[in-house]
Design a binder for this molecule. Structure first.
Ligand code: HC0
Length: 570
């Protein structure tokens, strides 16, 4: 261990600890801009400068390592002046007139730093670098004019997702973060995961909003507007309204969306249960009939897009199940429309998702039936929060609401879909009981929970022998498994892949900031909901049984084939 002194306080840290981390240990907050915990420490922005006794130059706390006997000061006049100058230089090339209309207004790290450092005037004016606004992608907009060149998006895209869709090009004043040759994000191998958005400290990258389209549908008296929300939304929406991370706000969210004017409120969780039935049967069918193995989950559209770009040969491994929210949309416009006597052409389905890639997914040609889209609009958790604010709703004061019947009923297995490993755990609960006919006493599969990049488990299912499974979250981790499938060293039967690190709880459409602690808290909220529910297995959701009896017939049957399944071709 190393002992150093920070602002007069002694602190003990392990070798290799940065001054920024050491300061945190004694509750000394050092401001940062380009630093992204757990992802990037490059000392580029010079906002975290500190004074070190005996060292002539100020040093960036995010990269400078602690050493024995170091005496560090974080709050001297010299430090403050230097940090303020760095910030003023960044601001000199930032379009400050746009703050009021910026999607990150009041949630901008640059704005917060300006306030914190007492910036009261724009000191250095002059030429500003001019970039483009790339809005061709169905999911993500890039506004180069607001880019502060912190490279956080670049690092996430390259190191965590192994996609490298964007990177810095040119030098100095002409530096631009963009895809190769100035192409649009829409034209390169971007998974549309939106991890760049949650990494961005300002409004230089943001989701393509569908808020106005949704308001228009709600205010159209001839439209029957149905909203559904993903499992992970309920564990994060509260953060937009001041609740601590990991607060489950399902009840308030339901009241809020009803107040917004939606005609029906359903839960993607219902279709997550349905997915388990369809996907579980698909797995059994593949196992018994020599189908392509390992089978890989298909619910994460960023993962599907990644596979299409980087691993087209492996597409036959991907389950044919549409993702749950697409399934639910298809059922609303068939089963529910028929039941309620509504013309499907007049139904508008809006999905509230933690994910930006779902905006791309809902517009894929595969995601429609007889020319009618399963899901019309996807809005992110952040967009829903904006709509709630636009409607003047006092979210914190809302009473708990309820889901509409029957497409709002769900099991605990469905709710954990939102955390990495959740789909696998839900599938194992059902596959075990379907195959053995016996009750699974211990439903928690701890081996597939948590934030380890690749998780493995082997489950002994009498009658099926040992089923080997793996779980990967984040595309870099997915890549590790995919390479092993390619070289023949992966002997799994079933693999869950979620595009975003931590799974959907930290999707690109979730409240910002996101870090591992927040990922854990959001996931914990979902696991707690699961353990508090009476029904914890998808096949025990009574309304799943009803929908097969009343409408679908049997798993993998004719109707399921048309409405709930698809396939992806290279
Ligand atoms: Fe997910 Fe989903 S769990 S992808 O992570 O399967 O976005 O939360 O909605 O559709 O259910 C995201 C989250 C979903 C879907 C579900 C799956």
């Amino acid at each position: 261990m190393i002992t150093l002194t920070i602002d007069g306080q002694k602190v003990q840290v392990e070798e290799g600890t940065t001054l920024l981390e050491a300061a945190k240990k004694v509750n000394v907050r050092i401001p940062t801009l380009c630093h992204l915990p757990e992802v990037q420490a490059i000392g580029a922005c010079r906002i975290c400068l500190v004074e070190i006794e005996g060292n002539r130059n100020l040093q960036p706390a995010c990269t400078f390592k602690a050493s024995e006997g170091l005496v560090v000061r974080t709050n001297t006049e010299r430090v403050k002046r230097a940090r303020k100058f760095s910030l003023e230089m960044i601001i000199s090339d930032h379009p400050m007139d746009d703050c009021l209309t910026c999607p990150r207004n009041q949630k901008c790290e640059l704005q917060a730093l300006a306030m914190e450092m007492g910036i009261t005037e724009i000191k250095y004016t002059g030429a500003q670098s001019k970039g483009i606004v790339d809005s061709l992608s169905p999911a993500i907009v890039r506004d180069q004019n607001k880019c502060v060149l912190c490279r956080r998006c670049v690092t996430v895209c390259k190191e965590i997702q192994t996609v490298s869709a964007i990177f810095p090009q040119n030098r100095s004043f002409n530096t631009r973060v963009e895809p190769a040759y100035g192409q649009s994000l829409n034209d390169v191998a971007c998974a549309m995961c939106g991890q760049c958005i949650t990494a961005c400290p300002v409004g230089a990258i943001y989701e393509k909003e569908s808020i106005q389209d949704v308001w228009k549908a709600i205010f159209d008296p001839y439209k029957f507007v149905v909203v559904q929300n993903a499992p992970a939304v309920r564990a994060a929406l509260g953060e937009e309204f001041g609740f601590p991370p990991g607060t489950l706000v399902t009840g308030k969210m339901l009241t809020a969306v009803r107040k917004l004017g939606f005609n029906r409120v359903f839960d993607t969780n219902f279709a997550a249960d349905l997915t388990i039935i369809e996907e579980g049967n698909e797995l059994l069918h593949r196992l018994k009939n020599g189908g392509v193995l390992p089978m890989i989950t298909s619910c994460s559209p960023g993962w599907i897009k990644f596979a299409e770009h980087f691993y087209p040969d492996l597409l036959p491994h991907i389950s044919t199940c549409k993702s749950p929210h697409q399934m639910l949309g298809a059922l609303v416009k068939s089963y529910y429309a028929e039941k309620e006597g509504i013309d499907p052409a007049n139904i508008v389905v809006v999905s509230v998702m933690p994910c930006t890639a779902k905006k791309f997914e809902c517009n894929r040609p595969e995601m429609s039936n007889n020319g009618i889209k399963d899901v019309d609009y996807v809005i992110t958790t952040r967009e829903l929060a904006k709509m709630i604010r636009q409607a003047g709703i006092d979210f914190a004061a809302l009473e708990d609401g309820y889901y509409d019947h029957p497409l709002g009923e769900y099991s605990g297995a469905a709710t954990i879909f939102g955390a990495t490993g959740g789909v696998m755990e839900a599938a194992l609960r059902t596959v075990y009981e379907v195959v053995t006919g016996k009750t699974l006493e211990k439903v928690d599969f701890d081996e597939v929970r948590g934030l380890e990049g690749v998780k493995e488990a082997a489950v002994d299912i009498p009658g099926l022998a040992e089923v080997k499974v793996a779980v990967a979250h984040g595309l870099g981790n997915a890549r590790k498994i995919l390479e092993r499938i390619k070289d023949g060293s992966a002997d799994y039967h079933f693999i869950e892949i979620m595009c975003c690190p931590g799974g959907c709880v930290s999707g690109g459409g979730q409240p910002i900031p996101v870090n591992n602690e927040i990922r854990r808290l959001r996931a914990k909220a979902l696991y707690e909901e699961d353990s508090n529910l009476k029904v914890r297995k998808s096949h025990e959701n009574p309304y799943i049984k009803t929908i097969y009896e009343e409408f679908l017939g049997e798993p993998l049957g004719e109707k399921s084939h048309h409405l709930l399944h698809t396939h992806y071709t290279p």
